[in-house]
Design a protein around this ligand. Sequence first.
Ligand SMILES: [Zn+2]
Ligand SMILES: [Zn+2]
Length: 376
Amino acid sequence: MGFNTTMRVRLGLLTILLLVFVGCSAPPKRTATAPAAPAPTTALEPAPQGVQQVAFLDVGQGDSALITFPNGKTMLIDGGETSEGVALVGKLRRLGVQQIDWLVATHPHSDHIGGLIQVLKTFPVAEVWDIGMPFESPVYRDFLLAVRSARSPNGARPKFRVVRRGLTLEPAPNVRVSVLAPSEPLLKGTRSDPNNNSIVLRIDAAGGSFLFTGDLEREGRVRLYTTRPNLRADVLKVAHHGAENGTDRAFLNRVNPTVAVIPVGAGNRYGHPHRETLALLQGRHVYRTDLHGDIVMRLGADKKLQIATTRAAPTQPTAQTKPAPIVGMVIGNRNSKVYHRPDCRSLPKPENQARFRSAQEAERAGYRPHTCVLGE
Ligand SMILES: [Zn+2]
Ligand SMILES: [Zn+2]
């Protein structure tokens, strides 16, 4: 199985690389107004003019992405832990960053804002986006202090902006950034209010769209649905480092991404990404910063997504997530559409139980495995 699954991801990668070659060697279309994007190399390098680039940066157990718009303007979404700050600045330099036009702190957790402190000390920053939620932590305090002592490209202080759903931006011609969450008032009393109030934003560029979800969890998703947002995107930055509460089938169906990116640290103590999340992502191209390193995507006028990574994944990312085969009858929950082993400790109430002769029969009926089936 190892061999086949490894091959499959290689083939997946090859398909994408082939697109790169097709994109490069084909004569430019007569209708094209901008150049086709040259393929990114596996090393971080500046984005060419006219190309939309998104670099998902490996910051260990944290989250960071640099967006370079076709006109060269930059948006940095999150920056990993404080300990990653110097390395992050080095990566931004290699990507050709001279200033940050929009610095987005999706929420005040240290694995998202810590590294931004060093960025604020190094580069001119025009505007800082924050959810403005009261939050007590030494790292968030240092972040706010760094914002206050940072400088913008015109020598003044960066503009500090508390953002809410409905804010839109046209950072470059034909590119739109839309803030989908949080809504006013912020959620309170959820499992994690900072996570559930994460800034969620989509970027629509010529030929492709990206959805950034911060650490949004279930309560935040439910709130998001009430605003009837357009969630469909070609590339999904998977929420909450692939935690079980960051993704579910309904959400994936709404976004329906071709490519999913999980920012996650190798051997992290949270067990991210969760195997159930990986199982849900089967059949899509999955990139993980713990396996692939930095992941650089480009969109040019040829409307082909080109992807390069600093590391080749050693194994198929979803190989270890394949549910162990289960033999015999299983018990489903009519409400959650999850099925369990009969000896599972969290069986549904008898009135909600649906019995199936096999796991296959349950899956044909639209049920998905509970973690007890996945071997936990
Ligand atoms: Zn996080
Ligand atoms: Zn968080």
